[in-house]
Design a protein around this ligand. Sequence first.
Ligand code: GUN
Ligand code: ZN
Length: 454
Amino acid sequence: MEGNSGASPGARVILGSVVSFRDDPSHLGSRRAVRYYRRGAVAIDESGRVAWRGHAARLPRAYLGLPVDDYQGALVLPGFIDAHIHFPQHRMLAAPGSDLLDWLERFTFPEESRYASKAHARAAADAFLDRLAQHGTTAAVVFSSVHRSATEALFAAGDRRRHFIVCGKSMMDRNAPASLRDDPASSARDTEALIKRWHGRPRSRYAITVRFAVTSTEEQLRAAGALAAQYPDCYVQGHLAESSKEMTLVKQLFPWASDHTDIYDRFGLLGPRSLYAHGIHLSERECSRLSATGTTIVHCPTSNTFLGSGLFDAKHLGRRDRPVPIAIATDVAGGTSYSMLQTLAEAYKIAKLRGHVFTAHELFHLATRGNAVRLGLADEIGTLDPGRWADIVVLNPSATPVLEARQALSRNLEDTLFTLMLLGDDRAVRATYLAGRKVWGTVPATRHRPSVGR
Ligand code: GUN
Ligand code: ZN
């Protein structure tokens, strides 16, 4: 059975090959950074959090009577975290703009205008969250449209369906069609109302959302900075240094600024809770400033190749003397796939072109615990450690004939993960759990008297 089955909540045990990360493999080395239980088990409590994980044979007695979802032969991982995705672009993938600005004008702004309708936004929110679940994404940092009501609709749907959602309404008061423009006062008012309503719920957080410097006046950027100062535990999100035409426009609009980063800096929009997508065309000065302020750059590989924005330089950004924190994301619908597996594959290829080789362990870490760390949420999501939300993706390493043939040659976990990301997509997602509840996938063999343990 496919789709949102609304499967029964409650405590249960999941069996499979359990993979989670205790640290970044590029710092600690794979052997110490990866937790891997080939015949593993994850016990989930009534509240939807991980109670225990480890070797199935060592499952504590307390969990022996629980229902069991049996995925032996598949990988059980923390659900993917998408660190940057656009809700009102959820159906406009593969729109062939010649570059970022052309794509925004011809396809994106008209599509986002439809979100003025609350009915449209409500239906879209369900479709959007279905797509995330289908692809094994259990948490996402989301750009909404300029509309407060559309943003409400997404938060409400996320809350009801238990997706972990960080979201904000776009603040944009110029260089966009009238139907998509707010003004400094109304954007601050709407943002504050949404913060009060949604920020800090168990699985909702607010991100003060400045689209990019091009679509905000200085007055609006000042208002966004004031909100960031007033609500320091909210996130800030935006776009930065994505395309060369954008860079030229930013220079014209802000002649006083040394660069795009400087604009956000002057208005108090950098910091450890700020995340900016792309960061392809950054100067050395900008890298130093982003590093000093702990601002995260979100790598959006399929978007950067599709829009022809450029090749992200992970090695340069990560330079040890001034490391810029990095997250990873689909950026649908600049991005061409909801799949974090495909996103990791593209990141791997781009790094190769830049002379750097990522391991599969490093990339799977980035899409799970790495993104959680960047969000300051590693105590909540991103691993399968006890106490974390039981946000889980179950991946079938032999989901397609091509994968199945390739797995016959696979000799270890690194190789299995590598082939999954290069050759896999949503077909490899066997199940997705949000806060312990299965919301997507095939019905597993559920048993009520587990033969695991002893
Ligand atoms: N820069 C400003 N808006 C957008 C957007 O919607 N997508 C991408 N990729 N870049 C942007
Ligand atoms: Zn984006």
